[in-house]
Design a protein around this ligand. Structure first.
Ligand code: SAM
Length: 349
């Protein structure tokens, strides 16, 4: 059985097979015979599990302060040219209020690792959102914390947690991060979150500096081992105030192929068509949906903050009001042949 058939028939690949598959992804056109079969299967599976539905997440980027210094990231601590902001509790709750009115039933609170937002402050915020919107899912994405802190937030009412593993190869992890950051800590955070009953989102950038096909193969193996409920992948895009200012952006084409492969390996996964896809190509998110993605994440943050949450250059949608983002996204989803729904959009399990 060749690797494409093994992927489609067994939905499981070991490391060597993942590596073989990567060669195929890197050489065959998306329209080629083998790749078309993979995309077709990915779309068939996303329809089998989630029908025509596309779930929306209202993204609230509530702080751009960060204690970390990830080499690739525009909001890294050492970026001194960035104006820093943190939203007040009232502002965050106002975003939820507007989001709820617009039909969002998941709120994603994302930010840098900002020590001003202590575990207790975040727990208080989660509790308020939980009480105000009992029918909504609450997703946190605020980086690495202890198991006790994750437990506190879970008990306060958080349902999901997004923490990309960034790369499953330890040497590559250390290449992308300063020496005080630890690969094993990141991975153990993900297992802690799983163990505590969160719906967990892992993921990585495609085309990050130093990434090789071997690393991507390891990412695919890691995802099969962790079996996260969500996987966020998007192209790496350089930011002018980082050491990778002159690096090449990741390939949209490879991202789309990987979305299809991940859909097959984890058929019931919640897979966003990310903003970074839309930054590389005006139709990137539509293409993501047509490759097997089933989630979109329009921005609910106030427009005055959006420019300041630039993880990479030329990020799209920084000027649009939430309601406009919502309408634009609904149209894009429809154009891709799907329907945007106003539901929590939990993982099927
Ligand atoms: N601090 C939290 C964390 O570490 O998970 C959440 C915020 S962090 C900025 C969100 C994600 O942005 C990262 O996991 C990373 O993959 C992505 N990101 C950062 N810089 C990027 C870049 N230059 N291009 C594409 N994605 C980037």
């Amino acid at each position: 059985m060749d690797v494409k058939d093994k992927l489609i028939k067994t939905r499981q690949l070991n490391r060597e097979e993942c590596r073989e598959l990567l060669d195929l992804l890197l050489t065959e056109e998306r329209e080629g015979e083998i790749m078309s079969a993979i995309t077709r299967e990915a779309v068939r599976l996303r329809k089998e599990y989630y029908g025509n539905k596309v779930f929306t997440r209202g993204l609230i980027e509530f702080t751009n302060f960060c204690r970390n210094n990830c080499n690739y990231c525009g909001i890294r601590r050492d970026n001194r040219e960035l104006d820093r902001y943190r939203m007040s509790e009232e502002e965050i709750l106002a975003c939820c209020r507007q989001g709820y009115r617009l039909g969002f039933r998941t709120f994603v609170l994302q930010g840098g690792e900002d020590p001003w937002f202590t575990p207790e402050k975040i727990a208080g915020l989660v509790e308020q959102i939980r009480n105000l919107y009992p029918d909504c899912a609450i997703t946190l994405s605020v980086g690495e914390h202890s198991r006790e802190v994750y437990k506190l937030w879970k008990e306060a009412g958080a349902d999901r947690y997004l923490l990309r593993h960034e790369t499953a190869n330890e040497a590559h992890y250390h290449f992308l991060h300063p020496k005080e950051m630890s690969f094993s800590r990141r991975i153990s955070c993900l297992y802690d979150l799983k163990d505590l009953g969160y719906q967990v989102g892992a993921g990585f950038m495609v085309g990050s500096p130093g990434q090789t096909p071997d690393h991507l193969a390891e990412d695919l193996v890691f995802l099969q081992d962790l079996h996260p409920e969500m996987v966020g992948i998007g192209p790496f895009i350089p930011h002018h105030a980082t050491a990778y200012a002159g690096a090449k952006a990741g390939s949209l084409d490879l991202c789309l192929k990987l979305l299809s492969v991940i859909r097959i390996l984890l058929p019931d996964v919640l897979l966003p068509a990310t903003t970074a896809l839309g930054t590389l190509d005006p139709l990137g998110r539509e293409k993501g949906l047509m490759a097997g993605a089933n989630v979109v994440m329009p921005n609910l943050s106030p427009t005055e903050n959006r420019n300041l949450y630039q993880l990479y250059d030329n990020k799209i949608c920084v000027g649009d009001e939430a309601s406009k983002c919502q309408n634009c996204m609904a149209l894009r989803v429809r154009n891709a042949g799907y329907e945007m729904v106003s539901e929590r959009g939990d993982h099927i399990s």
